[in-house]
Write a protein that binds this ligand. Structure first.
Ligand code: NDP
Length: 435
């Protein structure tokens, strides 16, 4: 805390892990006196760099770029790049720390990292985005590689940005390798990667509901966000027979009492991905829905909540409202969207609650599958990748049950995910000596 006192999000993420892992270490001699957690909270390397670029007016703009190489005990650093004005060291260190445990849970050989910039893609032209990405990659390229560190997308970094970043890497290094994931299909991308995080979040919720003999059929689902994760979480929930009633962005949320159908979701995808518009435009197209400015969707009555926007977007008061409105299951699509107070409410109420590092691991798992396909120089079918994704999500769910089942039978998925993730990384670090 002394060393990182000015990094609130990072401390929050570490505290959540420490609360469950320290008692486990105290009961397991082999992990004691090895400074394992102390080593895990210290990034192996942090790179911070200047990103200068020319805007459309010919003016020079300056942003700050980062890459946190957190832990490489079980594989090359792996984790997304976030472009958002709120990006700072604390946020990226929390994300990189979570990523280490998440990647371990996937059972694939992936270390943990995260990066990005305080660059705001909103309102920028395609040419400005390209020039920014090229400048960002010019520095980042020195620090990454297909066996060293393999970045991917996150908030503000989708297929368009990954394309520009990959093009610049290839130009600088004169090699075509799987150095980024989330690539387009014509140049090494994997089928199902765009869908994977959202689909995986719903697969995980489905496994949780199944433990209660329940399913998505007929359930009312509240989703926050309207980006990559939210869109595909909505798509899969609809396919499973649920009624998705909300989506949002940072300005407000839409509530559609009739449910967001496949056709309405296609409109949202076109609105957000092609026109880069605001979710409020949904009600112009579908007037039976309402738009609530400046609010988050957790005030509506629902059975299942899928927070898919950003960190700390669901607080303790909102958790109380969700539970009192009958919500029985929360599966996090975003990273750390629920505050510690919200998690406490869910767990005290004994409702199903999955932390992002378990329930949103499908994205990075499928990125791992993209890396395998790149190394093999072949492409698996959508069905093959989806089957593997389902298997991985089911295994993560099982690992949470194994390590998280309490004496009264309640499954503490936070504890389960943290300990299951910790064990593999800790064993690898122990085997590799004092590193
Ligand atoms: P996108 O950029 O595609 O979408 C982000 C969505 O969240 C947008 O609707 C955005 O609204 C909203 N949002 C962003 N910041 C805020 C904020 N401060 N307050 C309220 N709403 C906000 O990102 P993704 O869908 O890829 O990522 C969403 C979450 O999922 C993140 O937490 C990310 O770390 C996590 N995640 C993503 C993975 C992936 O594969 N993409 C993998 C695992 C986790 P607006 O347009 O107004 O900014």
């Amino acid at each position: 805390k002394q060393r990182n006192g000015h990094e609130p999000e990072f401390l929050q993420a570490v505290k959540e892990v420490a609360e469950t892992v320290i008692p486990f270490i105290e009961n397991n001699k082999k992990y004691q006196n090895k400074m394992l957690l102390e080593r895990m909270v210290e990034p192996e390397r942090v790179v911070m760099f200047r990103v200068s670029w020319l805007d459309d007016q010919g003016q020079i703009q300056v942003n700050r770029g980062y890459r946190i190489q957190m832990n490489s005990a079980i594989g090359p650093y792996k984790g997304g790049l976030r472009f958002h004005p709120s990006v700072n060291l604390s946020i990226l260190k929390f994300l990189a720390f979570e990523q280490v445990f998440k990647n371990s849970l996937t059972t694939l050989p992936l270390g943990g990292g995260k990066g990005g910039s305080d660059f705001d893609p909103k309102g920028k032209s395609d040419n400005e985005i390209m020039r920014f990405c090229q400048s960002f990659m010019t520095e980042l390229s020195r620090h990454i590689g297909d066996n060293t560190d393999v970045p991917a997308g996150d908030i503000g970094v989708g297929a368009r940005e990954i394309g520009f970043l990959f093009g610049q890497y290839k130009r600088l290094r004169n090699e075509f390798t799987g150095v980024l994931t989330g690539k387009g299909l014509p140049y090494g991308g994997s089928l199902i990667r765009p869908e994977a995080t959202g689909y995986g979040t719903v697969y995980f919720a489905q496994s949780m509901l199944k433990t209660k003999g329940d399913s998505f059929a007929g359930k009312k689902v509240a989703i926050s966000g309207s980006g990559n994760v939210a869109q595909y979480a909505a798509e899969k929930a609809i396919e499973f027979g649920a009624k998705v009633v909300t989506m949002s962005d940072s300005s407000g949320y839409i509530f559609d009492v009739d449910g967001i159908s496949e056709e309405k979701l296609a409109f949202v995808m076109e609105l957000k991905n092609e026109r880069r518009g605001r979710i409020s435009e949904y009600v112009d197209k579908f007037p039976s829905a309402v738009y609530i400015e400046g609010k988050r969707p957790w005030e509506v009555s629902c059975d299942v909540a899928l927070p898919c926007a950003t960190q700390n977007e669901l607080n303790g008061d909102e958790a109380v409202i969700l539970v009192s409105n009958g919500c029985i299951c929360v599966s996090e699509g975003a990273n750390m969207p629920s505050t510690p107070e919200a998690i406490e409410v869910f767990q005290k109420s004994k409702i199903l609650f999955a932390p992002g590092k378990a329930s949103n691991a499908g994205g990075v798992a499928t990125s791992g599958l993209e890396m395998s396909q790149n190394s093999l120089r072949l492409n698996w079918t959508a069905q093959e990748v989806d089957e593997k994704l389902k298997g991985i999500m089911s295994n993560i769910h099982q690992a949470c049950i194994s390590y998280g089942t309490q004496s009264d039978g309640y499954v503490d998925y936070v504890k389960g995910a943290n300990i299951a993730g910790f064990v593999k990384v800790a064993d690898a670090m122990l085997a590799q000596g004092v590193v």
